[in-house]
Design a protein around this ligand. Structure first.
Ligand code: N01
Length: 554
């Protein structure tokens, strides 16, 4: 399996430290833009990236059918009008290869590549209070120091294998959707097992089913999925959006999820069943992630209202899947619609009408172990030539926890986060000066169009760094009070919704032993931006800013 070690590669050499103003960890969407902006400020900055190419999530997730669930014209950088105009997206929803080509183009076009070190994993970051600098070590033995460290490590980047005994015993091919090899992987004529029915499983299963002789899908929790309605983009609609891009970008920034959509004003339970059905059907036909949940104000806060939307989707599953028992097994009933990330698909439910596809309900017959030739559940033994793990990620905190991050007192970030992550605005942590996380826990991030949230955080971090330099400050550190009040606010807003009712990765529930905390901020992209702008306008309320002469007093 093309699985890389998470943060524990061997340290092989010792070289003299390289000194930077800023080190950015990760060359995905976030890291590339951060490097671009820090360069504009005149900083000597460098990206360190574990992969042997740029692209972050779009470098790793090369599984069949991988594409973004946010539409091409919106899932793209807004910082360069020239880039917006010259790049040609070809489909409503962009494929992984197309997004990766775009990100490679961005790296070349803005001459970012010369300041990116590839195939190098940051394994530790240690702060020194006296100098206000971080020392970073990598798995190639290199060491570097930097005044600022910016973690562009991604929300969904630490891939996760299932906790099933005997994995090492299994002799067949193994593939994780988030660590897919670069070479073409096909399943023609093979007996294949897929574990997991989240976004990655739901996108890849229909394509694997077309290739495999026989496909068995192991489902622990069925998910809500809606048809993507993907199609080629018409030249006319591309031209129209390109002509109105500035207004569209502004609408993205002030919207709830970074995707402009009308705000609901009515309550589901106040509408008649006929009115609801018509509204849900219209949303369904739009083929996007936000329209159905956005039909009524109470869908994500009132279980009875939510159930009307959930049942609408179940009726769609029953209409597609021929076998009523299979349709029922595919129908989510254990969590409210929207509280686990819904999916967009192309032919997912119809795949279960194929004679070569079988569904195993792990709630009825749990997985027991891998064998040499396959998998054993409590009811049967299965032989496979290949097993695909679509088992997700240690979301939002996993990539940060994989780096040994320590403050001036030797305290590790992981030890401070044992009861759950603590941040101010998802961007900075008390006790860890000059360390920033792009779309960290406590920010809208995964509940939004990631590009919009990434650009907002990157610009905000860059403005803060510019402010520190202009005013002669050496270090910025969040106060414990500001952090505490933000953590409380994030939890309070989350608790007003139905999200805590699901065993989702949003809640950390997919990783055994992970604290049960609602990780993202659900206050909305527009409201969050406004809060961040107020903090900046106040001279960075919630931060203690220190000049070089004040450092020793820390
Ligand atoms: O991962 P997931 P993903 N035994 O965690 C199952 C983004 N994304 O990679 O639900 C058996 O959603 C697990 O079961 P359960 C998007 O934000 C976006 O699919 O925990 N099963 C679940 O079915 C998405 O939400 C895009 O009961 C086990 C599955 O594996 C996020 O990434 C595309 C198991 C994991 O689903 C993660 O998606 C892809 C076990 N031991 C991803 N462990 C697009 O934009 C886990 N499972 C299109």
């Amino acid at each position: 399996m093309s699985q890389v070690p998470d943060g524990d590669g061997p340290v092989t050499e010792n070289r003299a430290a390289e000194n930077y103003d800023a080190v950015i960890v990760g060359a995905g969407l976030a890291g590339l833009y951060q490097l671009y902006l820090l360069r504009q400020l005149g900083l000597h900055a460098r990206i360190i990236e574990a992969a042997d190419g740029v692209g972050g999530t779009w470098f790793w997730n090369r599984y069949p059918g991988a594409r973004c669930d946010v539409q091409s014209m919106s899932y793209s950088y807004s910082f360069s009008p020239e880039l917006e105009q010259e790049w040609e997206w070809t489909e409503k929803y962009p494929t992984q290869p197309e997004i990766l080509r775009y990100l490679n183009h961005v790296a070349e076009r803005f001459d970012l590549t010369r300041d990116i070190t590839l195939s190098t994993r940051v394994v530790s970051a240690q702060y020194d209070d006296a100098t206000a600098r971080w020392t970073l070590r990598t798995d190639t033995g290199s060491t570097m120091t930097a005044q600022f460290v910016i973690m562009a490590t991604g929300c969904l980047s630490a891939s996760k294998l299932p906790e099933i005994p005997g994995l090492e015993r299994y002799r067949g091919r193994k593939h994780h959707t988030a660590r897919w090899g670069k070479e073409e992987i096909r399943f023609d004529g093979l007996r294949v097992g897929v574990i997991g029915t989240g976004s990655s499983g739901i996108q890849s299963i229909p394509i694997i089913a077309e290739q495999a002789a026989d496909l068995t899908v192991f489902q622990r929790t069925p998910n809500f999925s809606m048809p993507a309605g993907n199609r080629p983009l018409e030249p006319g609609e591309v031209a129209e959006l390109k002509a109105s891009y500035r207004g569209w970008r502004e609408a993205q920034r002030t919207s709830r999820a970074g995707i402009p959509a009308p705000e609901a004003t009515e309550f589901a339970l106040a509408a008649s069943p006929g009115e609801r059905a018509a509204r849900y059907q219209a949303a369904w036909e739009k083929g996007d992630l936000v329209s159905l949940g956005g039909c009524y104000v109470d869908i994500l806060i009132d279980p009875a209202a939510n159930e009307t939307a959930a049942e609408f989707i179940r009726s769609k599953i029953r209409a597609v899947v021929h076998d009523p028992e299979t349709a029922e097994t595919l129908s989510p009933r254990t969590f409210p619609f929207g509280t686990k990330r819904p999916c967009l698909d192309t032919g997912y439910y119809a795949t279960f009408n194929r004679p070569n596809v079988h569904l195993v309900d792990l709630r009825m017959t749990p997985l027991i172990e891998f064998t040499e030739s396959g998998l054993r559940t409590s009811a049967a033994e299965y032989e496979f030539d290949a097993v695909v793990f679509a088992t997700g990620f240690d979301a939002m905190t996993g990539a940060l926890a994989a780096i040994d991050i320590r403050n001036g007192n030797g305290l590790s970030l992981s030890s401070v986060w044992t009861a759950g992550p603590r941040t101010y605005l998802g961007v900075a942590m008390a006790g860890f000066p000059n360390l920033f996380t792009i779309t960290g826990p406590g920010s809208p991030s995964v509940l939004s169009n990631m590009v919009v949230s990434i650009e907002q955080h990157v610009e905000w971090i860059s403005d803060l760094i510019a402010y520190l330099r202009e005013h002669g400050y050496a270090a910025a550190e969040v106060t414990a009070e500001a952090e505490e009040s933000w953590v409380t606010h994030v939890a309070e807003v989350g608790s007003l919704t139905l999200f805590p009712r699901a065993n989702s990765w949003y809640m950390g529930a997919n990783v055994p032993g992970k604290p049960r905390v609602f990780l993202p901020y659900i206050g909305g992209v527009g409201a969050f931006r406004q809060k961040c702008e107020e903090v900046a306008a106040s001279g960075y309320e919630g931060f203690t800013l220190r000049r070089a002469g004040e450092l020793a007093a820390v």
